[in-house]
Design a protein around this ligand. Structure first.
Ligand code: URA
Length: 305
């Protein structure tokens, strides 16, 4: 088993720029590497006194939401927030009240600073109680190039910024490969608080954050959105189709009267575990780069034909 750098681009296809030639070296893992990997994966706390042999535990039945998977469609038009709200499994009145309060707070924010303050003052998410930080965003909100991930991890919670851990370092390299960085793109997450042990957010936890995310998107007025991973694709577009089916297709998200092009791709944390799939993400990013150039969001560089 080894750790690898971002090697999404086919060897040599990006010219001779040494900064892009990040190598395919396989490094043997020491016990310290393994510990660092576990920490980065979110396994940084004990959840029980006795070990559990997961091989003998029967798997839980799949969540009901899986049955509602829509048929594949070439272009998905995101439903209005109100439609998503009624389509989401919202079991309790308390959840509905919390979401209504999140919607009211988010709608009242007229600037990103107000939205950030509203989130920091919001006490409706149980996740927040276990977190150090409310993780809002990083990068250039005027860039109109918006990356949306899943949720903060341990390092993000510590620093209060999205994508600053190991997956974030890979995201930085992925962005650099298409001539972007945090001064020329903007990054946020579906969730603003870290779920314990980096587990997937529940539909209710995501539904509570979504009004803030939708307002966040409106206020940044993106010309293109890149969704990182299945959780972002599911919650931003309301799609339950797997990321392998969604990635690489042009999807759309409505902001006001405008349909914004959306590319869903593989999450950098997934790519750290499955480096062989970096080539798929690389294809998605190349398509996104071309679209950004066509839309005038990004200057054409010599290495892309
Ligand atoms: N993964 C995410 O989806 N977001 C982060 O901010 C960090 C890791």
């Amino acid at each position: 088993m080894g750790l690898r750098a971002w090697t999404g681009q086919p060897n040599g296809s990006r010219g001779d720029d040494p900064s892009l030639m990040l190598g395919v070296m396989s490094v043997p893992m020491t016990p310290l590497d393994t510990l660092a990997w576990l920490l980065e994966s979110g396994a940084d706390e004990s959840i029980g006194d006795t070990p559990i042999d997961r091989f003998t535990v029967r798997p839980a039945p799949p969540p009901a939401i899986a049955a509602a998977t829509p048929a594949a469609a070439p272009v998905y038009r995101a439903p209005a927030a109100s439609a998503l709200k009624s389509a989401s499994p919202l079991p309790t009145q308390a959840d509905s009240d919390t979401i209504a309060s999140a919607q009211a707070l988010a709608a009242a924010a007229t600037t990103l600073a107000e939205l950030k303050a509203a989130l920091e003052g919001f006490e409706g998410s149980a996740l927040k109680q276990n977190c150090t930080s409310t993780v809002f965003a990083d990068g250039n909100p005027a860039s109109r190039i918006l990356f949306i991930g899943e949720a903060p991890g341990a390092e993000e919670d510590r620093q209060g910024l999205p994508f600053v851990g190991r997956a974030g370092k890979l995201l930085d390299r992925m962005m650099a490969a298409i001539n972007l960085d945090r001064s020329s793109a903007y990054i946020t997450n579906v969730l603003n608080w870290r779920p314990p042990a980096n587990r997937d957010p529940s539909p209710e936890e995501a539904a509570i954050c979504l009004p803030f995310l939708r307002r966040h998107i409106e206020l940044t007025n993106p010309g293109i959105i890149i969704l990182l991973g299945a959780v972002a694709a599911r919650h931003v577009l309301g799609y339950t189709e797997g990321i392998m089916k969604l990635r690489g297709r042009w999807l759309e998200y409505r902001v006001g009267d405008v349909m914004v092009p959306v590319m869903a791709t593989l999450h950098p944390a997934y790519l750290l575990r499955q480096p062989a799939h970096k080539k798929l993400a690389w294809r998605d990013l190349q398509a996104a780069e071309q679209k950004m150039i066509t839309l005038g969001l990004l200057e054409k560089h010599g290495s892309i034909g």
